[in-house]
Design a protein around this ligand. Sequence first.
Ligand code: BTN
Length: 240
Amino acid sequence: MFLLEKHTEIDSTNNRAKALALEGKRNLCVVADRQTGGRGRMGRQFFSPGGSGLYFSLLISPTVKGEDGALLTTFAAVAVAEVLEALTGKETAIKWVNDVYMNGKKICGILTEGSVDYETGKFAYAVIGIGINLGKTAFPEELASIASDVERETGVSLSRDTVLQALLAKFDRMEEALEIGAFMETYRKKCFVLGKDVTVTRGNERFPAKALDVNSRGELVVEADGRIMTLPSGEVSVRM
Ligand code: BTN
């Protein structure tokens, strides 16, 4: 069960959840109508206007090891994909590791952050931040060709509360699901980069590869330059 903290406006629900973590809080959900400094992966901004999106962060103390942190993101991606499919009847797809797509456009991003105890390798806390473009969104020009919203892609207008409650019910069972691991099969089926030629971006590095699989730890398995590599983090784009 998560205790809800609601905001009309905040810089970033992830920032707030991390501040609460340092106060010793856990099992909280920080949700905001809009974010003034919404953050994405790789130091990017996450467009978070009021009225159309669901922006929230879960503050948890997961039992998975710090090195298996990618599983939190993969679990969250499957949860979002399944909830949106159940509520709209339309198919979703996942781009490793953290984006949920509809009709080839990104409709949700996930940013997982946390603090891992160096000696035990365990999470002191983790924050799973999820941003879903639900209602019709006026995207800035640079996002309009790659991002969309659930209403535009499905014709279904979902209330933020309905989606949040359905997701919280999934996260209530996260520990059990992580133990069983069956959600990774759903992840693989939905992960549209598998089998494709991709460009991997890892830090300052960029290289071509073929995406082969996502392993049971949520890492992307690729073949690059004749070698098999597993990527715990990074980003891929499909080469056309
Ligand atoms: C990405 O697309 O790279 C990840 C985007 C994550 C956005 C969510 S919105 C709620 C939470 N607060 C943030 O500042 N970021 C996450």
